[in-house]
Write a protein that binds this ligand. Structure first.
Ligand code: 3EB
Length: 312
């Protein structure tokens, strides 16, 4: 007698009218209200024969495979990002147990809007920082920051997606940028808790998670109002981080796999221009497999942010 094993998946789907997160017989499905400009709107984050689980007070939906753990959560903010960020990261860091957080994607409600004199992104940073501090202590927390991105969502919910696992990880910074976790106080009462990139090694393969990368030199925004200048500096940063990660195959990827890029564009009127610049930089294959989303970015003058997953 054969027993059919039902494969479960954790799926992200962009371009929904309203965000929602549900679990059913085929796994977990997270619809995000982030408009798609180009690319495949649905993405399988992880497949597994295990059953999805629920974790933490905030209700993470989690799926685990032999090599990876992936999870999603969405929490109402009531106009206040700090508390939701704290609760989500407190639960996330505790559900990890002995696993390492490789990558986090943060969708921050009305990210550039000020509430009570503090921009939502900065309020999010305070909550995230406190959760890392409580988990790891102020002196060593920076050795535990994952690769990340933080972009806006036009809803009153904070949504977080993560990937974690038990394989060895190294964290990478960009010498041309101040580590985000050491940004000076002009950029908010608590610095953003992320690394520029993480590299996960498994047997003789490596996966590189490049954080959301933008037009920042040191800690300053460069090329305000100038798309081409921002684009150029963004790719200088990307090349620098990739080099540090040891991905010498570069921007178009290795012989066996193109990178999985995601490009966030603030103003959809600039999408065509971003797309053609991107195509010239990374080539047709990587451009066609990239996902372009319309989203606000964590500093109001930033026009684009680019992230990727690289394989070697
Ligand atoms: C920057 O370099 C741009 O807060 O998790 C990029 C990636 C950015 C991640 C985060 C923010 C985050 O500061 C913004």
């Amino acid at each position: 007698m054969s027993i059919a094993v039902q494969t479960q998946a954790i799926r992200l789907s962009f371009g929904a009218a309203e965000s929602r997160c549900q679990a059913d017989g085929s796994g977990i499905r997270f619809d995000l209200a982030v408009p798609v400009l180009s690319g495949e709107r649905e993405e399988v984050l992880l497949e597994s024969t295990a059953e999805p689980k629920s974790a933490g007070k905030v209700g993470f939906k989690v799926l685990e495979s032999d090599t990876l753990t992936a999870g999603v959560v969405m929490v109402p903010c009531h106009g206040q990002a700090e508390e939701a960020a704290f609760e989500i990261y407190r639960d996330l860091l505790s559900l990890l147990e002995e696993r390492t957080l490789y990558r986090a994607w943060n969708f921050v409600p009305h990210i550039n809007q000020e509430v009570g004199g503090l921009e939502n992104y900065r309020s999010f940073n305070v909550g995230r920082w406190k959760a890392f501090r409580d988990s790891f202590g102020e002196d060593t927390m920076e050795n535990h920051f994952p690769a990340a991105s933080a972009v806006g969502i036009d809803e009153d919910c904070l949504a977080v997606v993560f990937l974690a696992g038990r394989d060895p990880v190294s964290y990478v910074e960009n010498p041309q940028q101040t580590p985000a976790y050491r940004y000076p106080a002009d950029f908010g009462p608590r610095s953003p808790s992320f690394a520029r990139g993480t590299v996960v090694s498994r047997e003789n393969r490596r996966t590189g998670y490049l954080s959301g990368t933008s037009s920042i030199r040191g800690s300053e925004t460069i090329g305000i109002g100038e798309l081409k200048d921002q684009y150029k500096l963004t790719f200088e940063n990307i090349e620098c981080v990739l080099d540090r990660m040891g991905f010498q195959d570069g921007l178009s990827g290795s012989w066996f796999s193109p990178p999985q890029y995601r490009v966030y564009v603030r103003d959809r009127e600039e999408f065509d221009q971003v797309y053609s610049l991107f195509d010239k930089t990374v080539g047709k294959e990587a451009t066609e497999s990239a996902l372009f989303l319309e989203a606000d970015i964590c500093r109001a003058p930033l026009k684009l942010e680019i992230e990727g997953i690289f394989f070697a």
